[in-house]
Write a protein that binds this ligand. Structure first.
Ligand code: ZN
Ligand code: FE
Ligand code: FE
Ligand code: ZN
Length: 268
């Protein structure tokens, strides 16, 4: 059984397709669950940028998802719809995350990092910054922020855990000590990590997490779930057969499903 817990809506202004179309695609693929996980309204944005819905728009997302839940979430339905959110981890805006935790009946909350200070690390507009900075320093800073995010205990899952590689910039040398440290933090904080298959379609050309990081997570016993980070309905469930085979090859035969922020394992 597969779940896709990372999808978007047009209200973030960089995705297309209504939630109902994502759900339709999930049904066609035979997924057991699909979660809509729109970006949180407190995303850092330049004055001329729109990357996330406003609070009012987010309320519309919740309405749309709840309407789909009423239609699909009954015992005989092959597909269940979950209400998620991709919360932006901004240390100075953690109060916004806390407010939102209580605001809607989430099934799960993804924590993601899209900025180091004001720099949008996964935004193509600012990718030249990778040429200007030291890659080791960037990676260490990014993974330190990811550990800090896990340690808040506010989030159920970690989104695109090594998105810092998105544009293909990688420091020379062995990243495994950083990965091991990360896996230890996740194990200690009890957070789930998604295999986010969208990285395959970026310059990184591989899933988030990278194979050696996934390896470290598997050895540490960190639970895994799945997300396509679909910004188009056709991207729902992308490369999931491959992700499933990869997990099975590592001896992982179950993934995490969420309902009302309670987790349970379902067989792959
Ligand atoms: Zn997005
Ligand atoms: Fe993201
Ligand atoms: Fe996303
Ligand atoms: Zn994302």
């Amino acid at each position: 059984m597969l779940v896709d817990y990372h999808t978007h809506t047009p209200l973030c202004a960089h995705a297309l397709g209504e939630p109902a179309e994502y759900v339709q695609r999930a049904a066609a693929l035979g997924l057991a669950e699909i979660g809509i996980s729109e970006h949180s309204p407190w995303m850092i944005q330049a004055p001329d940028e729109k990357l996330a819905p406003t609070d009012e728009e987010f309320a519309q997302v919740v309405d749309a998802v709840q309407a789909l839940q009423r239609r699909h979430n009954h015992a005989a339905s092959p597909l269940h719809v979950r209400l998620g959110i991709e919360m932006d981890f901004v240390p100075s805006r953690l109060h916004r995350a806390r407010d939102y935790l209580a605001k809607y009946p989430w099934d799960y909350v993804i924590g993601s990092i899209h900025h180091l200070e004001k720099w949008g690390i996964d935004n193509p507009t600012y990718r030249a910054e990778y040429e200007r900075r030291d890659l080791w320093q960037i990676y260490e800073e990014y993974f330190a922020a990811v550990r800090q995010m896990a340690e808040t205990g506010l989030f159920d899952t970690i989104g695109h855990v090594d998105v810092i590689k998105k544009f293909g910039y990688r420091p020379a040398g062995d990243l495994r000590p950083l990965y091991d440290q990360l896996a230890r933090t996740f194990e200690e904080t009890g957070v789930v990590v998604e295999i986010n298959t969208s990285g395959r379609d970026k310059d990184a050309r591989e899933f988030y997490p990278a194979p050696p990081l996934l390896d470290a997570l598997a050895r540490a016993g960190v639970p895994i779930t799945l997300g396509s980070d679909a910004h188009r309905p056709r991207e729902v469930g992308r490369y999931f057969a491959e992700a499933r085979a990869l997990l099975l090859s590592l001896g992982i035969d179950k993934i995490v499903a969420f309902e009302a922020r309670q987790r349970r394992f379902i067989p792959l």
